[in-house]
Design a binder for this molecule. Structure first.
Ligand code: ATP
Ligand code: MG
Length: 458
């Protein structure tokens, strides 16, 4: 199902990585690089990685810790560890933690290639088995969706019905409201569930690479196209393609995507051959696409094509009944990682009242922070709302009473709150946008957009 030979090189020595990367690319591998364990874990989560070549000695997260975490989240990935001379114990330790094999430095490149081929065979077999098992157990493995409020229950029952069709679905909703989760839910409940679910985030891929990611390219189609590559539309054949953050699709590509959606036909870059695939499309956005259409940055014809059916995920503050069940769900999920704890009554009350500009993602982060900070038997409100959030929560309460008094619209007051809150988090993180975006539970790109929208300055 995945034709690429994809490998991730995890090593803190950049020169070495680049050298190896060039060599393996020439051998037909699709190569990714990561300079440390954290970067590597993110890559494993976002891309389809089959093999990892891991240097055990790295600054930051050490190789063994990375290996264990990686095998937990993506057990099908085969990891080959590279150790220095005389550290055979570590290599054995790594094998016990799930590594496929090890190489001792300095090693011969032919030896490496032979090992990679063997590991790839094993990987493909294991992955096919997992896919088969998953297909057999139907939706059994899908992440649970907590839906207590009637609006969410209704939404899920619509999603189940839609899953039976091949119509394009557009998922809308603020960041962190569960669009990814619902996209997977539709896929898992559809007759296509035994096939591939292929997500692509338009906001995360540089514009120049997007066309090749989507439609693939032939060898020599452009500088750097050293081998032919299948696009995601091909990989998603008979399955589902999830076009995430569709609002970020650059204008010139919009017409190409539209043509593909209408006919199922496409050409790889650099090829004259027209190919056809059968994919079901689910798209998601957290921006107001109608406004983009009015402004002229999003094509109206593409919008209508995607918008055959739309599902709007309401912000968490508009489905209060879900807040505590979600909080309990995250507590349970984190039990394995931290000591199990319950929420105090006061904490529950504070959670129920808060506005969640970052929606469910923010709630999940708050619960984790609560577990980390809590020193008592129960998680208290102060653990969930350290100073800045506490302030924002009470500002919000105040703002909502004030706007009610003033008879203003509620949307206005929430925008004000969002702006205020973002300004506060930015200043607390010294305008480190990666940290701030993480705390807010939104993407960095989304944060930049909001900084611009609100005209925020350090
Ligand atoms: N109803 C739910 N039940 C359980 N977990 C949920 C629910 N909704 C969202 N989550 C969790 O909240 C987090 C954010 O959800 P998700 O990634 O689907 O949001 P999103 O709408 O795609 O956000 P973005 O626009 O930023 O991509 C995820 O960890 C997801 O598993
Ligand atoms: Mg998403």
């Amino acid at each position: 199902m995945y034709p690429d030979k994809s490998i991730l090189l995890v090593d803190d020595e950049q020169d070495y990585r680049q050298l190896l990367s060039a060599r393996l690319t020439r051998k037909g591998y699709r190569v990714w690089e990561a300079g440390d364990g954290t970067e590597a874990l993110a890559r494993v989560a976002s891309d389809h990685i089959q093999l990892i070549l891991l240097d055990l000695k790295m600054p930051g997260m050490d190789g063994l810790t990375f290996l264990k975490r990686c095998k937990q989240s993506a057990p099908w990935v085969q990891v080959i560890v590279v150790t220095g001379h005389g550290t055979i114990e570590t290599a054995i330790e790594a094998m016990k933690s799930g590594a496929y094999d090890y190489l001792t430095k300095p090693y011969n490149l032919n030896e490496l290639e032979a090992l990679l081929e063997k590991a790839l065979e094993k990987q493909q077999l294991e992955e096919e088995n997992t896919q088969l098992k998953e297909a057999l157990s139907a939706s059994g493995k899908a992440a649970p969706i907590i839906a207590v409020s009637s609006v969410m229950k209704e939404l899920l029952s619509t999603a189940v019905k839609l899953a039976q069709t091949d119509s394009s679905v557009l998922l809308r909703g603020e960041s962190g409201t569960g669009k990814d989760l619902v996209a997977r839910f539709i896929f898992e409940n559809s007759p296509r569930s035994g096939r591939a679910f292929v997500p692509i985030n338009m906001g995360a891929i540089p514009d120049a690479m997007l066309e090749s990611e989507l439609f693939g390219h032939e060898k020599g189609a452009f500088t750097g196209a050293v081998s032919p590559k299948k696009g995601l539309v091909e990989i998603a054949h008979q399955g589902t393609l999830f076009l995430d953050e569709i609002g970020d699709l650059p204008y010139p590509l919009q017409v190409k995507l539209l043509r593909f959606l209408e006919t199922g036909e496409f050409r790889r870059i650099g090829s004259n051959r027209l190919q056809q695939v059968d994919v079901r499309i689910i798209a998601a956005t957290n921006v107001d696409l109608e406004r983009r259409v009015e402004e002229g940055s999003f094509r109206a014809d593409l919008f209508y094509r995607l918008h055959v059916v739309d599902i709007c995920l309401p912000p968490l503050r508009e489905r209060q009944e879900d807040i505590l069940p979600l909080a309990e769900h995250f507590l349970k999920r984190l039990e394995r990682k931290y000591q199990a704890k319950a929420l105090s009554e006061q904490a529950k009350a504070a959670l129920a009242e808060y506005s969640y500009p970052g929606n469910i993602r923010e709630l999940a982060h708050m619960i984790e922070r609560g577990l980390v900070l809590s020193k008592n038997e129960c998680i208290e409100a102060a653990d969930l709302f350290p100073q800045q959030l506490h302030q924002a929560a009470s500002d919000w309460r105040q703002a909502s009473t004030e706007t009610k008094d003033a008879g203003d619209t509620e949307m206005y007051s929430l925008k004000q709150l969002e702006c205020q809150h973002i300004r506060k988090v930015l200043s607390l993180s010294n305008w480190n946008k990666t940290r701030a975006a993480k705390a807010l539970g939104i993407s960095v790109r989304n944060l930049y957009r909001k900084i611009e929208e609100y005209g925020l300055r350090p």
